[in-house]
Design a protein around this ligand. Structure first.
Ligand SMILES: Cc1cc2nc3c(=O)[nH]c(=O)nc-3n(C[C@H](O)[C@H](O)[C@H](O)COP(=O)(O)OP(=O)(O)OC[C@H]3O[C@@H](n4cnc5c(N)ncnc54)[C@H](O)[C@@H]3O)c2cc1C
Length: 413
C-alpha cells in the first residue's frame, strides 16, 4: 500500500531513500535546512568502495590515532572537549575496536557495498552524466610497514571474494603511464568505481522531480508531534507536514533531530576537506588513496579531486585548518613529484562532515520507540558508496517488506 513519507535530510542518503520509495509508488517529501547544494554529499571524493569491508573501529586504530593527535599535519584529530557526547562516543569506539567486532562486520559491510555497486551500475545505464567509471582503486604505499598492513587487509578482502592485484613500482607505472608515482607498491582493488558526487546528486534530483517527489530546501525541522508510539506530523519553519512514515537521514545532525523525539544516538561529525585541480597531461588517471596520508585522489573528467583528514569535532566547527590541509598537499607532492600542487585559495577549499558512529557501521533500522520512524545515517567515510543500497533498504523497511540483505548489524547501539 502506498504511503506518504517525509524524509528529514536531503543529502545522498535521504535522496537515495526518496528514489527507491518513489519507485515503489510512495508519495515522498524531502526537507533539508540548506539549499541542498554543497553538504557532505557534494564535495566528497566520489569513490564507490566495495573493497572497504573493515569497519573504522578495528584493532590498532586507537594506537595510531593517538600518535596522529600530536602531529598538526596528520590525517586524524579529535578536537578535545569536556563533553558527554564525545566521552560516550570515545568509550563506545574503544569497546568496538576489537577483532571480534571486525569479524562480525565484514560480511555485512560487503553485502551492503556490493548491493550498492549493483544499483550504481543500474543508475549508470540510465545516464552517463555523472561520470561513473570502473577503474578500481589503488592503495598506494611508500613504506614497508604500511605495505604489510595493506597487503594483510587485501588478503582478507580476497578471502571474501574481492578481486585484488598486488603491484610493485613497475606495476603501478604500467597503470599510471602519465606521471611518476613515488610509491613502493600498491594494492589494486579492481571492483571499485568512482563518479562525480555533484553531478550524481544533480541527476538524482532530476529523477526525483520526474517521479513527483517534493524537494523542500531551506526547510528545517522544528519538532515532531506524536501520539503514543506513532509520529503524526512534523513542524518545520515553513509549516506542518503530516505523513504515515518518517525517515531521519540528517547525517551529522541526526542526533540533534532525533533528540526531539527522545531518541539517543551516539554519532559525531568527522570533518574533512577537498579541493579540485585542473587535470594536466601528467596527472594520475586511476583513483587512489595515498595510504601514509589517507589522501583520496579522484580523477574526474577535466579535474582531479583531492580529499582527506578526519577531525572528530562538532557541527559548528566549520573552520578550515590550513596546517592539516598543508599535510594533504605535502603528501600529494610527495607521492606525485611532478604535479607540484600549490595551496588552493581559501574559498575554493570545501569542507564537510562525515557522520561517524562508534561502531564504524551505518545505522539502517526501524526505531524501537516509534513504529513509523526509520533511522538511516552514520555512513562515515562511505556514505556515497553505500547510499543506493541504504535507500533501497529504507524503502523496504517503510513498506514492511523482507529486506534485500540482512541488516541486523546496522543498529543504533
Ligand atoms: C573529504 C571527504 C571525502 C569523502 N569521500 C567519500 C568517498 O569517496 N566515498 C564515500 O562513499 N563517501 C565519502 N565521504 C563520506 C560521505 O560524503 C558521507 O558519508 C555522506 O555524504 C553522508 O551523507 P548523508 O546524506 O548521511 O549526510 P549529509 O550529506 O550531511 O546530509 C544530511 C542532510 O541533512 C540536513 N539536515 C540536518 N539537520 C536538519 C534539520 N534539522 N532539518 C532539515 N534538514 C537537516 C543537512 O542540511 C544535510 O543536507 C567523504 C566525506 C568527506 C568529508
Amino acid at each position: 500500500m502506498s504511503k506518504k513519507v517525509v524524509i528529514i535530510g536531503g543529502g545522498i542518503i535521504g535522496l537515495c531513500a526518496a528514489y527507491y520509495l518513489a519507485k515503489e509508488g510512495n508519495e515522498v517529501t524531502v526537507i533539508d535546512k540548506t539549499e541542498m547544494l554543497d553538504g557532505a554529499s557534494y564535495g566528497n571524493a566520489g569513490m564507490i568502495v566495495p573493497s572497504h569491508i573493515i569497519p573504522l573501529a578495528q584493532p590498532g586504530v586507537i594506537h595510531q590515532g593517538i600518535k596522529w593527535m600530536f602531529n598538526a599535519k596528520s590525517p586524524f584529530y579529535i578536537k578535545p572537549s569536556v563533553n558527554l557526547d564525545l566521552i560516550t562516543w570515545l568509550y563506545k569506539f574503544y569497546k568496538n575496536s576489537n577483532q571480534n567486532h571486525v569479524d562480525n562486520s565484514i560480511a555485512h559491510l560487503k553485502n551492503l557495498s556490493f548491493l550498492s555497486k549493483e544499483l550504481y551500475q543500474e543508475f549508470a545505464k540510465i545516464s552517463d552524466q555523472f561520470l561513473y567509471e570502473e577503474k578500481g582503486l589503488l592503495m598506494l604505499y611508500q613504506t614497508e610497514k604500511v605495505g604489510e598492513e595493506e597487503i594483510r587487509t587485501a588478503e582478507i578482502a580476497q578471502r571474501f571474494g574481492i578481486e585484488v592485484d598486488f603491484l610493485d613500482k613497475n606495476g603501478i607505472q604500467n597503470l599510471e603511464k602519465n606521471t611518476n608515482v613515488n610509491a613502493l607498491g600498491a594494492v589494486h582493488y579492481k571492483s571499485d568505481a568512482h563518479l562525480s558526487p555533484n553531478l550524481f546528486l544533480k541527476f538524482l534530483k532530476e529523477e526525483l522531480l520526474k517521479m513527483n517527489v517534493e524537494l523542500f530546501p531551506k526547510t528545517a525541522i522544528v519538532n515532531f508531534k506524536s501520539v503514543e508510539n506513532t509520529i503524526q506530523e512534523i513542524e518545520t519553519n515553513k509549516g506542518i507536514i503530516k505523513a504515515d512514515s518518517f525517515v531521519v537521514a540528517a547525517g551529522s545532525w541526526s542526533p540533534e533531530v532525533l533528540s526531539k523525539l527522545g531518541v539517543k544516538l551516539s554519532l559525531l561529525p568527522g570533518k574533512g576537506y577537498s579541493f579540485n585541480v585542473s587535470k594536466q597531461l601528467d596527472s594520475p588517471i586511476i583513483p587512489s588513496i595515498l595510504c601514509e596520508g589517507k589522501v583520496a585522489v579522484t580523477p574526474l573528467n577535466s579535474t582531479i579531486r583531492f580529499g582527506g583528514t578526519l577531525e572528530i569535532t562538532n557541527t559548528n566547527d566549520t573552520r578550515i585548518n590550513l596546517k592539516r590541509l598543508g599535510g594533504i598537499i605535502d603528501k600529494i607532492n610527495n607521492f606525485y613529484p611532478e604535479l607540484k600542487i600549490q595551496t588552493p585559495e581559501n574559498e575554493t577549499i570545501w569542507s564537510g562532515f562525515r557522520p561517524c558512529t562508534p561502531s564504524g557501521l551505518p545505522i539502517i533500522e526501524k526505531s524501537k520507540k516509534f513504529s513509523n520512524l526509520i533511522i538511516s545515517t552514520g555512513h562515515a567515510m562511505m556514505g556515497l558508496s553505500l547510499a543506493p543500497a541504504t535507500g533501497k533498504l529504507v524503502s523496504e523497511l517503510v513498506s514492511d517488506m523482507q529486506t534485500s540483505i540482512d541488516i541486523s548489524a546496522f543498529k543504533n547501539r
